[in-house]
Design a protein around this ligand. Sequence first.
Ligand code: DQA
Length: 147
Amino acid sequence: MTKTIWVLDGPNLNFLGIREPEVYGNRSYQDLKDTLQAYCANKNIALVHRQSNHEGQLVDWIQEAYYQKADGLILNAGAYTHTSIALYDALMAIGIACVEVHLSDPKKREDFRKTSYLSSACVKTISGLGFESYLKAIDFLYERSSV
Ligand code: DQA
């Protein structure tokens, strides 16, 4: 049976390949989208992949994932990771397994990135592996019995 996984990306992730390549690499956001779609193509996974620079839009999509009965969620909230009680509340509200992902490892960067408001609302955090962080999150959700 096909499982549906939603990937939601937050602010500035659309600038991959432009922003700080020494931190985030040279590949573009379109490359990330293509990589994840190709990864899921051979599996029984339907991927919904969206990006927004706006916190409220991300809240709306988390709620939409609930109504659409998503089987799992992957969230790279970008800088909202370190600030957003609204995203934490949205994740707590929906009761769908969510994996927090990051391309870089925020714990090894500036102090203000060391706190995640979202980790405790997520079943797992995967950081510092570039695009591979997302692929591991897909595998994790796919292999979970609830997905
Ligand atoms: C990020 C890490 C965050 O601290 C930062 O604000 C981002 C990207 C990452 O994927 O490494 O925008 O979430």
